[in-house]
Design a protein around this ligand. Structure first.
Ligand SMILES: C=CC1=C(C)c2cc3[nH]c(cc4nc(cc5[nH]c(cc1n2)c(C)c5CCC(=O)O)C(CCC(=O)O)=C4C)c(C)c3C=C
Ligand SMILES: [Fe+2]
Length: 461
């Protein structure tokens, strides 16, 4: 499918002395360490070659890739902004964003991209149902096509017969992550191999779920720091599905643009809160076992994979915005300005859940969202939250149809999302400002080996 790697281009790359685009080591580390913060992911370190070569997205951005890498090594995406402001020969932050490439498969970790990848500025979530009459073979062929397309696009390469939408842009941190829903296993005759972790989520009292915008046989999460690159990927994957699967639902989301803040920081949601602070960190010793399916898992094909829970959560912003900042802070248990716990310190200071104020009441209220959701209140249960905000216009009453496309990742949804949501559903001060309107639970297999496709170990073994 790709126009890439023509012999002319290969020769030019060799002449430029840089063959394989690699993540800059400092970047690879910060990418793993900051899933919620800046988009300081790995960059394409390739140097550009002859300007006369035919264009592809990778080649186009290769020219700035090395410069972008230099800026990033100097201090992350946000750091690159500062560097470029002070040094005349430094790259601009914008070229760095375009040239940043997230590998489809990591050398060591066998996880799909888009789980520990720093949040991108633009996201699409899309679910498909296999077409009537489609079987396991159809599903396998589709996942093979999708995996190939994802790998090409994430590397910044352009398909033949392309629309041209992303032609001038680099990989822009594009990630494409594939998941399988509960119904996928019935449709493909694989019900016996369905993991128990895919058992349907229970009903929660605050649910107002729309079935047509929930679930689905197949699920894709797309993220990119460029809106056109993200849309381009969505269209390419939709075209790949023609005849094999039909679109069930699709949603669009966004986050802070990298470089918009003076330094890399945790993003804010549409309620204005810093959201993502107390996420598990890849440096935590139990991170892998909490987020990824381990070696002892019964379902061998899921080892290294994860389970994604998706919820479209509309925020009742008209009600929320009537509350004073002090009231809003009590609802969460953290300061709005900097995300610090109400018990003091800065954003990353641990909450002191046992601290009482002069009135004898807990400083972090008993029904504060962060208290109720914290691992300390849930037998250690933890999930990696990686949401996108959404805004789909205004409702008939003028209220924004806006909120959070909440996506969280865990090795066991029953022990993580379900346990915490059960508790939030009962007594969370935030719940009265939220409506859960759509839901999904997906098995996200590990990244495939080179030449394989996502889910091959399930579909062919
Ligand atoms: C069931 C899981 C959760 C849902 C659903 C959820 C929705 C939701 N959360 C916010 C805003 C914030 N959440 C924060 C912390 C937090 N939330 C969850 C879980 C769910 N949130 C957890 C596990 C945590 C971490 C708790 C801890 O360990 O301290 C925070 C505080 C900052 C942070 O740590 O991220 C905010 C703010 C919204 C707006 C929302 C639905 C729209
Ligand atoms: Fe939360």
């Amino acid at each position: 499918m790709s126009k890439q790697r023509t012999s002319k281009q290969t020769a030019a790359k060799e002449a430029a002395g840089k063959q394989t685009p690699k993540p800059v080591p400092a970047q690879a580390a910060s990418q793993a360490a900051a899933p919620n913060g800046s988009s300081d992911g790995p960059v394409d370190g390739s140097a550009g070659g002859s300007p006369t070569l035919e264009l592809s997205r990778r080649r186009l951005l290769g020219t700035v890739g090395a410069a972008g890498a230099a800026g990033l090594v100097a201090g992350g995406a946000g750091g690159a902004v500062a560097v470029s402001a002070g040094q005349s020969d430094a790259p601009t932050a914008l070229t760095t964003i375009g040239s940043t490439e997230v590998p489809f498969r990591e050398e060591r970790a066998r996880h799909q991209a888009g789980i520990t990848t720093p949040l991108q500025a633009n996201g699409h979530l899309v679910a498909f149902d296999l077409a009537p009459g489609a079987d396991r073979k159809t599903a396998a062929a589709l996942l093979r096509r999708w995996s190939r397309t994802a790998e090409e696009l994430m590397a910044g390469r352009t398909p033949d017969a392309d629309t041209g939408v992303a032609l001038d842009a680099g990989p822009s941190s594009l990630t494409v992550t594939f998941g399988l829903g509960h119904s996928f296993f019935d449709r493909t005759g694989l019900a016996k191999r369905r993991p128990v972790q895919l058992d349907p989520l229970p009903d929660f009292s605050a649910d107002a779920l729309d079935g047509e915008r929930s679930n689905g046989d197949l699920w894709i999460q797309i993220g990119s720091d460029d809106a056109l690159v993200a849309f381009h990927a969505l269209r390419a994957l939709q075209k790949d599905a023609a005849g094999s699967a039909r679109l069930r639902w699709q949603m669009n989301g966004f986050n802070r643009t990298p470089g918009a803040t003076a330094h890399p920081m945790t993003t804010r949601n549409l309620m204005g809160q810093i959201d993502g602070t107390n996420n598990p960190k890849p440096s935590d010793k139990d991170f892998d076992e909490r987020i990824f399916v381990g070696r002892d898992a019964g379902q061998e094909w899921m080892r290294g994979g994860s389970y994604a829970v998706f919820r479209r959560i509309r925020m009742l912003l008209d009600d929320w915005e009537k509350r004073s900042p002090a009231e809003q802070e009590k609802v969460i248990g953290r300061r709005k300005s900097d995300g610090a716990p109400l018990t003091g310190g800065s954003e990353n200071t641990p909450m002191r859940l046992d601290a009482n104020g002069p009135d004898g009441l807990p400083v972090i209220p008993a029904n504060a969202h962060a208290r109720i959701a914290a691992p300390e209140s849930n037998q250690g249960a933890a999930m990696l939250r990686r949401p996108f905000s959404f805004h789909d216009g205004f409702r008939d009453d003028g209220a924004p149809d806006a909120g959070l496309l909440f996506v969280c990742w865990q090795a066991d949804p029953l022990r993580a999302f379900t346990q915490v949501q059960r508790k939030l559903d009962r007594g969370d001060a935030l719940s009265r400002f939220l409506r859960h309107e759509a839901s999904g639970l997906y098995a996200v297999p590990p990244a495939p080996a080179a030449g394989d496709y996502v889910g091959q170990a399930l579909l062919e073994r």
